[in-house]
Design a protein around this ligand. Structure first.
Ligand SMILES: *Cc1c(COP(=O)(O)O)cnc(C)c1O
Length: 383
């Protein structure tokens, strides 16, 4: 598989060699926990399936190719991947991260790793010049998400990378919202890219999985060691489903972006909407950076309803016919989510509201249905 092939070709072919025993074009699901050894320690490179599984390896090669990375390690969930990154650190270390994070990332940082002695600074990363104020001898890592969830702020990856390099910090970018189709943080100087594969990569709302991609042999070795030692490995069936999902990633993303634009523009002109968060608008405060580092603007949109109480917001959230009220995002089907009580409920109300996650905010994951049906559904729900 040549690395010069374009994205769509890599999505379909990278990592997917015909099975040597039969020629099967699809990588088989190696549903096994262990591998027979010829004599103790003499095996075909596979000992026990927590460490290695051929279906997972094919998927890892594929995801690495999509992120222009050398290595990928897959985990049983995005949180499993995040957990592994934090285990690179030691008590006393400090992390600088955004004030507008995925709720589960905030939860694992504050509820699991703070008690283990790691300190987190939650700051506004949209202005990279803020970062250096928080750097001291104990700082080891910068963790960022862009676009952020759910207020779609954009963080300048190159600017963060320049600061990380100057102070020898590891820069990790959660690239879940953009997907590798829209943005490749390693090319902009990130050290590790994290994905909740559950979302756009899997794309069909049928698998929970995570991935870490890096160009560093040393980081890869440590992350793989953590995977095998701690055991958050994904199964072969899930690996197969994600490989199958990724074969259409470029086609799906094109439609997500197309529908996203139509929906964002419709909502912007709607009398019941106070605010639409979408990085594709020229007046979005970080639009220029979004344009610089993303190929298009995606299908994630958040809206603030005009003068709506929590009750009004719930009523609207429950009155869709095509959009489904559910957590998660990035699947072929359109979803609507109420962050304050769903994805971001684990963030204290005061913190949440400071980041703009107010009670009358709804987040849309615009799917790949017919755009006209989506607009009609929004019209009737907002009527
Ligand atoms: C869903 C999500 C995660 C967590 O991933 P899981 O696969 O659900 O464990 C992390 N970051 C972002 C931005 C997400 O949307």
């Amino acid at each position: 598989m040549k690395s010069t092939y374009k994205f769509g070709t890599r999505a379909i072919h990278a990592g997917a060699e015909p099975d040597p025993s039969t020629g099967a074009i699809m990588t088989p699901i190696f549903q096994t926990s262990t591998y027979v050894q010829e004599s103790p320690g003499k095996n075909k490179g596979y000992g026990y399936a927590r460490g290695k599984n051929p279906t997972r390896e094919a998927l890892q090669k594929n995801i690495a190719a999509l992120e222009n990375g050398k290595h990928c390690v897959c985990f049983s969930s995005g949180m499993g991947a995040t957990d592994a990154v934090m285990k690179l650190l030691k008590p006393g270390d400090e992390v600088i991260t955004g004030d507008d994070l995925y709720g589960g990332s905030y939860r694992i940082f504050t509820k699991i790793f703070e008690p283990y002695g790691i300190k987190f600074h939650f700051i506004d990363l949209t202005d990279a010049s803020n970062i250096e104020k928080y750097i001291n001898k104990k700082t080891k890592l910068i963790w960022t998400e862009t676009p952020t969830n759910p207020t779609m702020k954009i963080v300048d990856i190159e600017a963060c990378s320049a600061i990380a390099k100057k102070h020898q910090l590891t820069l990790v970018v959660d690239n879940t919202f953009a997907s590798p189709y829209l943005q490749n943080p390693l090319d902009m100087g990130a050290d590790i890219v994290m994905h909740s594969v559950t979302k756009y990569l899997g794309g069909h709302s049928d698998v929970v999985m995570g991935a870490l991609i890096t160009n560093s042999d040393a980081l890869h070795e440590q992350l793989y060691f953590i995977l095998n030692a701690c055991g958050a490995n994904p199964g072969p069936m899930d690996s197969f489903l994600v490989m199958r999902g990724i074969k259409t990633l470029h086609v799906r993303m094109e439609r997500h972006c197309h529908n996203g634009r139509i929906v964002a523009e419709f909502l912007k002109n709607h009398s019941k909407i106070e605010k639409v968060y979408w990085p594709g608008f020229p007046e979005h405060p970080n639009h220029a950076i979004a344009k610089k580092q993303m190929r298009d603007f995606g299908g994630m949109i958040s809206i603030v309803l005009k003068k709506a109480s929590l009750e009004d917001t719930f009523k609207i959230a429950s009155s869709f016919h095509v959009f489904s009220l559910a957590e998660s995002l990035g699947g072929v089907e359109s979803l609507i989510n109420h962050p304050a009580t769903m994805t971001h409920a684990s963030i204290p109300k005061a913190e949440r509201e400071k980041a703009g996650v107010v009670d009358n905010l709804l987040r849309l994951s615009v799917g790949i249905e017919d755009a006209e049906d989506l607009i009609n559904d929004l019209k009737q729900a907002l009527a």
